[in-house]
Design a protein around this ligand. Structure first.
Ligand SMILES: [Zn+2]
Length: 508
């Protein structure tokens, strides 16, 4: 039999890896720092987390750009997809196969697989030190950036330790006391403790007392200089204290890429830095099954990745960039029964606004036209903002069954009465405005894209890495390994071996 040389080499490599792994597993005492990487530690580490960003999410934008510009399928490549190392990362929690952002980000930040909703705590609800805290304690500067609120599950899992992600007030206090150097992006959901069982006072006042300068508009943001500790958020935070969807943003809005590039300028120092950047609304758009908003937010996230790559090009031997998703969202797939083997991503360019802005239009129309709502009248808004047409012979024209389903959804939305979360109705629209979901479903399906859920799925994600120790991110591994790999690139080890009590804690 003939084995190509490449295949033989791969087999020998795999065998070596297997033998080494077996040694590490039975050895038990080897620290994570030595398990994965033993070279000179990275001085600058970027961790990008695309929330809800599965594998289809990372190809759809490339095919969309190619279709929009009339180029071949392989013409565009997002920066994250060009990295030399690409791994497959599984994403389950300790107590549920389909994970949420809190447990996922905790696995990535601490190396611990934990329970749904936990922030920076192990399954026994004991706090575990995060890689960001380790970086801070070693004298590096630390930055945390997110396009959703800065107290949301993903960013919180790097600086907070709370039993539940919904404890926004307590999380804000953990932020104020974190000693991290830069927080950028979205705002705070409950700084004053209005929804807390035991309010601890204004978290922003505590932050100011702890030396943070707080800026909330573009002009002040651009004037910031390195030296002080900073909390910076966008002036316009339209939903859940998050940045607007990338496709709805204006020149006044600070982009995720700008929060990242300013972060680099503010954090750069002789001891190095660790920066986590989250693209949080890739997830939100996917929950809502809006492919176009998902695509534009993924492109905005990739623009932020580019800023880190530009920095890495100037500091190639000292920088590590890791890009991952914390889980897949929406069960996005790049095919649909109705379009068989065809794709027509150019139809997506008809969409001009995110589902969120359209949702407000539907609500306004309902309120202003109580008792006299007309589908024909409303349809002009659908045509203007999504490019769909009632009749015609091009592929933007609605089929009879599509038109009927759109009318049904319109009636349901105009009635404004829905029991959420159950039955066939839920399968059709999730907990969203029926007309909004129906419009994006029709447009997405015409393109040859489809969704299977309004929730996360258990589909693995891609992890990409470039720079110091990047090869350790190849392979197939759980996201908790990702946390350990990043720690080892920095010369750190996990807080303690999994299942052991924190140092100094008696018994158990
Ligand atoms: Zn989600």
């Amino acid at each position: 039999m003939y084995y190509p040389e490449k295949k033989v080499k791969a087999f020998v490599l795999a065998l070596t890896f297997f033998v080494c792994s077996a040694f590490v597993f039975t050895g038990g005492q080897v620290s994570a720092g030595q398990d994965y990487y033993s070279g000179k530690p990275a001085k600058y580490v970027f961790l990008f987390i695309g929330d809800g960003m599965g594998i289809p999410h990372r190809q759809a934008p490339e095919i969309f750009l190619a279709a929009r510009e009339g180029k071949p399928f392989g013409h565009y490549r997002m920066t994250m997809n060009t990295f030399p190392s690409q791994g497959v990362t599984t994403t389950y929690a300790n107590d549920r196969f389909i994970i949420g952002s809190a447990a996922a980000a905790t696995a990535i930040s601490t190396g611990y697989t934990t329970n749904i909703g936990f922030i920076g705590m192990d399954p026994e609800l004991r706090p575990v030190k995060t890689v960001a805290e380790m970086a801070r304690d070693s004298g590096m500067k630390v930055g945390i950036v997110s396009s959703v609120s800065i107290d949301h599950a993903t960013p919180a899992a790097f600086y907070a330790h709370q039993p539940h992600r919904s404890m926004y007030h307590e999380i804000a206090h953990d932020l104020a006391n974190s000693g991290f150097h830069y927080f950028g992006g979205g705002g705070f959901r409950d700084p004053e403790g209005k929804k807390s069982k035991s309010p601890k006072g204004d978290a922003l006042a505590v932050a100011r007392n702890n030396g943070y300068a707080i800026v909330s508009n573009r002009a002040d943001f651009m004037k910031l200089t390195p030296g002080e500790k900073i909390i910076a958020y966008n002036a316009n935070l339209p939903d859940g204290k998050a940045l607007p969807y990338a496709m709805d943003a204006t020149a006044d809005d600070i982009s995720l890429a700008e929060f990242t590039s300013r972060g680099i300028e503010l954090l750069d120092n002789p001891n190095g830095f660790f920066m986590m950047v989250e693209g949080g609304k890739i997830d939100w758009a996917s929950h809502a099954n809006d492919a176009v908003a998902t695509i534009y937010n993924t492109l905005a996230f990739d623009d932020a990745v580019k800023k880190a790559v530009e920095f890495a090009e100037k500091n190639p031997d000292e920088t590590l960039i890791v890009v991952t998703g914390d889980h897949e969202c929406g069960g996005l797939t790049l095919g649909f029964a109705g379009t068989k083997y065809e794709s027509a991503y150019d139809v997506l360019k008809g969409q001009k606004i995110s589902f969120k802005v359209f949702e407000a239009m539907v609500r306004d129309y309902r309120e202003q036209n109580a008792g006299k709502a007309s589908f024909k009248d409303f349809f002009s808004l659908i045509e203007q903002n999504f490019g769909l047409k009632m009749a015609g012979d091009d592929h933007m024209a609605l089929e009879d069954y599509e038109l009927k389903s759109l009318k049904d959804a319109f009636l349901l939305s105009m009635a404004g009465l829905r029991e959420k979360g159950r039955g066939e109705d839920y399968l059709m629209y999730g907990d969203y405005e029926p007309l909004v979901v129906k419009v994006t479903h029709i447009l997405n399906q015409k393109a040859g894209l489809a969704w299977t859920s309004y929730s996360h799925t258990g589909a693995p994600v891609t992890t990409s890495a470039m720079g110091v120790g990047n090869a350790m991110f190849n392979g197939y591994y759980h996201q908790s390994e990702l946390g350990k790999k990043i720690m080892s690139a920095l010369g750190f080890s996990p807080d303690r071996p999994f299942g052991q009590s924190p140092a100094g804690e008696a018994g158990s």
